[in-house]
Design a binder for this molecule. Structure first.
Ligand SMILES: Cc1cc2nc3c(=O)[nH]c(=O)nc-3n(C[C@H](O)[C@H](O)[C@H](O)COP(=O)(O)OP(=O)(O)OC[C@H]3O[C@@H](n4cnc5c(N)ncnc54)[C@H](O)[C@@H]3O)c2cc1C
Length: 131
C-alpha cells in the first residue's frame, strides 16, 4: 500500500497525548517560599525537586501548563554522547572543553535517573493500588 514515504501513525508527542493536562488555579495572593522556580519544564521541575528534597519550601511558577513547553515534545533520551556537539566543542573549546561537557552530561544523566527513580517511588506510595 503506497504511503508516499510517510511514517505510519499520528505525528504527535507521546508525552502530550498519553497524559492528562495539568490545571492549577492562578496565583491570587503573594506566597513566601525559600525557592521560586520560574518555568515548569524538565529544568524547572528538576530544580524544584532538588530544592524540595533538601528541605526547602518551593513554588513553581508556570505561565502556561506544566511540562507542555519543549519538554512535552522531547524524545527524552539520556545520553552524554551528542556527536554533533562534540564535533563543535572540539573545534571551539579543544579536547578539555569536550571532556568537561562529557563529564557534566554524564553527571546530569545520573542525577536525572536518580530523580526519576525517586519520583516513581513517590508515585507508587501515593497510587491507590500501590502500583
Ligand atoms: C523534538 C525534540 C527532541 C528532543 N530530544 C531530546 C532528547 O532526547 N534528550 C535530551 O536531553 N533533550 C532533548 N531535547 C531537548 C530537551 O527537550 C529540552 O532541552 C528541554 O525539554 C528543555 O527543558 P526546559 O525546562 O528548559 O524548557 P521547557 O520545557 O520549554 O520549559 C520552560 C517552561 O517555562 C515556562 N515559562 C517561560 N517563560 C516563563 C515566564 N516568564 N514565567 C513563567 N513560566 C515561563 C514555559 O511556559 C515552559 O513551560 C529535545 C527537544 C525537542 C524539541
Amino acid at each position: 500500500m503506497p504511503n508516499n514515504g510517510a511514517l505510519p501513525g499520528a505525528a504527535e508527542s507521546y508525552w502530550m497525548s498519553s497524559t492528562d493536562s495539568t490545571r492549577f488555579a492562578p496565583l491570587t495572593a503573594d506566597v513566601t517560599v525559600d525557592v521560586a522556580v520560574v518555568g515548569g519544564g524538565i529544568a524547572g521541575l528538576s530544580a524544584a525537586w532538588e530544592a524540595a528534597e533538601s528541605g526547602r519550601s518551593v513554588a513553581v511558577v508556570e505561565a502556561d501548563r506544566i511540562a507542555a513547553g519543549v519538554s512535552g515534545y522531547t524524545t527524552a533520551k539520556l545520553t552524554a554522547q551528542h556527536g554533533l556537539i562534540y564535533e563543535r566543542l572540539l573545534r571551539t573549546r579543544g579536547p578539555q572543553g569536550a571532556r568537561t561537557n562529557a563529564a557534566r552530561s554524564a553527571l546530569g544523566g545520573r542525577v536525572t535517573r536518580t530523580t526519576i527513580s525517586a519520583a516513581q517511588r513517590l508515585l507508587a506510595r501515593h497510587s491507590p493500588t500501590g502500583a
